[in-house]
Ligand binder design. Structure first.
Ligand code: ATP
Length: 460
């Protein structure tokens, strides 16, 4: 059963490190806050998640195409988007230990209805009224400095050779801007007609005030974004469909529906028509996993004004010109990774022993099949197992393991979520069949060597 507690988070973090899923960034130097590196199994899971997301949009759907835009962009992009002027979070500092807090999140934690999209003065007033009730997460103190806005954009000196840093080129605060910049290119170079979407997975960087909760809030992230371009005012039905599609995508890959919910934004930015979050029941409680936003024509309008390039779309059948409205979905891959891990983490208590297994969809599992010779000191078994392994690894990411007793080998694979363990035993040498053990049920099936690939394919 899933424990919705700090303990579960601790177990996940520990499993991630122990089994090579995720490591603290720059760990050998003491680690850097809000940065993580994916290890050998982690990168496989991350790539599988990206691949499923990518296929869902650009392969299974005819009305989406993908792009991959450069990380660095003309600095005017971030002025047009509003990030230079307004991409700020409310910051305050504990007067005793100098720990920085994000005011809106701390207010929320004590039950005050606050968010970063509120007018600054309103948030400031709420903070002043409630700050004695907030405890510093480090020292427990209640004495905080005045709230101020802190811009989250990260700057670089790309192309600036003056050593003065006067003309910063920003790292992207969100990945989606690359899609707006290429809207016209995509229309001009493909046969896409409105309504259609553009998908992208891109890097984003935010000087987060208090990165926390493992992969939930990091300073470097990857965002998987879709922007769906529609005719003005034709947003309502399409928006409901986009919301539904994203919810169903999660459940189709095994996330339990009861761990997901939609929450509507109470405070909308001035141009938005509607905004909902898909929240996941993280080990720390329900929180935003993905944003689904109905953004009107704001983004293309802004870039048209700031760049001077005509970004209007011409309807091919009527010749009508208009700026499309946009429906956006945006999810951080790290948050998604954490949600899938938390959902999959399972424990089975048997007498005085606990089996830990990741009940990941076989589509997502880092290793699809592990191949074991029953005994490592029997060359005929090892040889046959290697033969099976060498043929299977051309089809799937597999692992060969002959170390320790079979029980231990099963446990090692369970912990990383391998759905199928294949044992080559003495009977294999005569009947050319293997035993395939299912990770979740422990049920074993005898399958002909020639049929292993189709057996696994049928499950993924
Ligand atoms: P939050 O309120 O949690 O800061 P946001 O509303 O600013 O998030 P968006 O700008 O809408 O988030 O970003 C879209 C998605 O990108 C989020 O739903 C989340 O999955 C992801 N994301 C945003 N910030 C971070 C972060 N610091 N670390 C990891 N993922 C993030």
């Amino acid at each position: 059963m899933k424990e919705n507690s700090d303990k579960l988070m601790e177990k996940i973090v520990s499993l991630c490190k122990r089994r090579g899923f995720v490591f603290q960034g720059s760990e050998i130097y003491g680690g850097m806050a809000g940065l993580y590196d994916y290890g050998p199994y982690g990168v496989e899971l991350l790539n599988n998640l990206k691949s499923e997301w990518w296929k869902a949009h650009t392969q299974y759907r005819d009305d989406y195409v993908g792009i991959d835009s450069a990380i660095f962009k003309d600095p005017r992009v971030w002025e047009a988007s509003g990030h230079v002027g307004g991409f700020a979070d409310p910051l305050s500092e504990c007067k005793k230990c100098n720990t920085r807090i994000r005011v809106d999140k701390e207010l929320k934690n004590i039950g005050v209805n606050a968010d970063e999209k509120m007018p600054e003065a309103q948030l400031q007033a709420l903070f002043e009224e409630n700050k004695k009730k907030i405890s510093c997460p480090k020292c427990g103190g209640h004495d905080f400095s005045e709230m101020r806005s802190f811009n989250l954009l990260v700057k670089s000196n790309l192309g600036d050779f003056t050593n003065e840093g006067k003309n910063p080129v920003y790292l992207p605060g969100e990945a989606c801007q690359g899609i707006y910049l290429n809207f016209k290119n995509v229309v001009d170079s493909t046969r896409m007609q409105i309504p259609f979407g553009i998908a992208q997975i891109g890097k984003a960087f935010r000087n987060e005030i208090s990165p926390r909760n493992f992969l939930f809030r990091t300073r470097e992230m990857e965002q998987a974004d879709t922007q769906y371009f529609i005719r003005p005012n034709e947003n309502k039905e399409a928006y409901e469909q986009v919301k539904k599609d994203r919810f169903n995508w999660y459940t189709s890959l095994g996330i339990k529906p009861e761990n997901l919910r939609f929450v509507q934004h109470e405070n909308l930015v001035f141009y938005a028509k509607d905004a909902w979050d898909i929240e996941y029941n993280f080990p720390t409680g329900f929180d935003e996993l993905e944003g689904v936003h109905d953004r009107s024509d704001y983004d293309l309008n802004q870039h048209m004004k700031h760049s001077g390039t005509d970004l209007r779309y011409t309807d091919p059948s009527t010749g009508e010109k208009y700026i499309p409205w946009i429906l956006e979905t945006s999810v951080g891959m790290g948050r998604m990774f954490l949600a899938f891990l938390a959902d999959a983490y399972s424990e089975e208590v048997k007498e005085d022993d606990t089996r830990v297994f990741l009940k990941l969809s076989p589509k997502l599992a880092p290793i699809k099949a592990a191949i074991f010779p029953l005994l490592r000191n029997k060359p005929e078994l090892v040889g046959k197992a290697q033969e099976v392994y060498n043929s299977l690894k051309k089809e799937f990411k597999c692992e060969f393991d002959d170390n320790g007793n079979i029980g231990k080998r099963y446990r090692r694979q369970d912990e990383i979520g391998t759905p199928f363990c294949i044992v080559i035993d003495f009977d294999t040498l005569t009947d050319d069949a293997v035993t395939i053990r299912d990770r979740d049920t422990g049920v074993q099936e005898r399958v002909k060597v020639a049929e292993i690939v189709s057996f696994i394919k049928s499950k993924i």
